[in-house]
Design a protein around this ligand. Structure first.
Ligand code: TRP
Ligand code: SF4
Length: 334
């Protein structure tokens, strides 16, 4: 079976954008591949090194969401980057063969440096972000990496590093290919892309009344001001939520109702609130169980850490052999 690896930086509790963009994809992949999914907590330090108090709860929240949506620890290894020291060990070893120019020309590097950010990002760690990501991928000899468009340059960089290592020492690493995840449009309550930084999210852990409240205040087709105005679903973010959650026949009715002013926005919103709450009910329930019994989460992560650790240790062994920094004093001779 081919191996897949993917990581997410710990950003706290996950929202519907993550669900449709990343998590449903992980759930599908876990049946077809040997999957390694991890929380990239060291990557969080590349930008947030000065304020680290939130990382712990972010990691726990995220893991709880993963399990609650159905990522299955008996299928996929679920683990935490910092628990597997071989990621950073490989990072150091690969740093020796990484030309500075390769890192400096990764597009996200310059972009981020030019943005206004609260912390100073002229650091060794931030420059090395893509190399740490390459180490995450190569340590599991991953064949495929499910990522969004924004991470493609990092994967290209990873392939270049793999090629360089294989050429200099020995053919240890497969060149990982991207599995581009089509990111569906998931609008937040203000109509912009759902994102924590916009404060417009529907969280997987939101209780039903919060979901209801958030959607009832959500922006709609801006031209539909009065109940008697005809609307256009193509211009309405609420309708984008219908596309993701409402069965086609019911959705068609809403489309027609909106265009003819046959239904009002409140009525329309109530339908999608119902659909989203139905989707989230079992997720909330499972999540609640994990909150009540944190030892379940501990056991899941320990199981994942063990599996990841075994694989990573074997790769490091091979890497050191290839570089020739494994010693046997009996046969090397004094
Ligand atoms: N850089 C990725 C992001 O920001 C997170 C990440 C870290 C990752 N290591 C990875 C993704 C390895 C895929 C594979 O989303
Ligand atoms: Fe949007 Fe629904 Fe109102 Fe039409 S009826 S504008 S789809 S909220």
């Amino acid at each position: 079976m081919e191996r897949i690896l993917s990581g997410l930086r710990p950003t706290g509790k996950l929202h519907l954008g993550h669900y449709h963009g990343v998590l449903t994809n992980f759930i599908k992949l876990q049946d077809a591949y040997e999957c390694y999914f991890f929380v990239a907590d060291i990557h969080a330090l590349t930008t947030n090194y000065a304020v680290t108090g939130d990382i712990q709860s972010s990691v726990v929240q995220m893991l709880a969401d993963w399990i609650a949506v159905g990522i299955n620890p008996d299928k996929a290894a679920i683990f935490i980057q910092s628990a597997i020291p071989q990621h950073t060990e490989l990072h150091t070893l690969l740093s020796m063969i990484t030309p500075l120019g390769w890192l400096e020309r990764v597009p996200s590097y310059k972009e981020k440096l030019s943005e206004e950010t609260p912390s100073d990002l002229h650091t060794y760690g931030f420059l090395g972000y893509p190399l740490l990501m390459a180490s995450d991928i190569l340590i599991y000899k991953a064949h495929k990496v499910p990522i969004g468009e924004d991470q493609l340059a990092h994967l290209e960089f990873t392939r270049e590093i793999a090629r360089r290592f294989n050429h200099l020492y020995a053919p240890v690493f497969p060149e990982p290919q991207p599995l581009l995840t089509s990111a569906p449009k998931v609008p937040g309550t203000d109509g912009r892309k759902m994102s924590k930084s916009y404060d417009n999210c529907l969280y997987l852990s939101d209780p039903p009344d919060i979901i209801s409240k958030k959607i009832l205040t959500m922006v709609t087709d801006p031209h539909r001001i009065r109940r008697t105005d005809k609307g256009n679903p193509d211009l309405c973010p609420v309708y984008d939520l219908h596309k993701l959650h409402t069965p086609p026949d019911k959705r068609q009715e809403i489309d027609t109702g909106c265009r003819t002013a046959g239904i009002g926005c409140v009525e329309c919103k109530k339908v999608v609130i119902e659909e989203i709450n139905t989707l989230l009910a079992p997720i909330r329930e499972k999540r609640e169980k994990l909150v009540q019994q944190p030892e379940l989460l501990t056991a899941i992560v320990e199981q994942g850490n063990r599996k990841a650790s075994a694989f990573a240790a074997a790769t490091i062994e091979e890497v050191k052999k290839a570089i020739r920094i494994i010693y046997d004093f009996g046969t090397t001779g004094l």
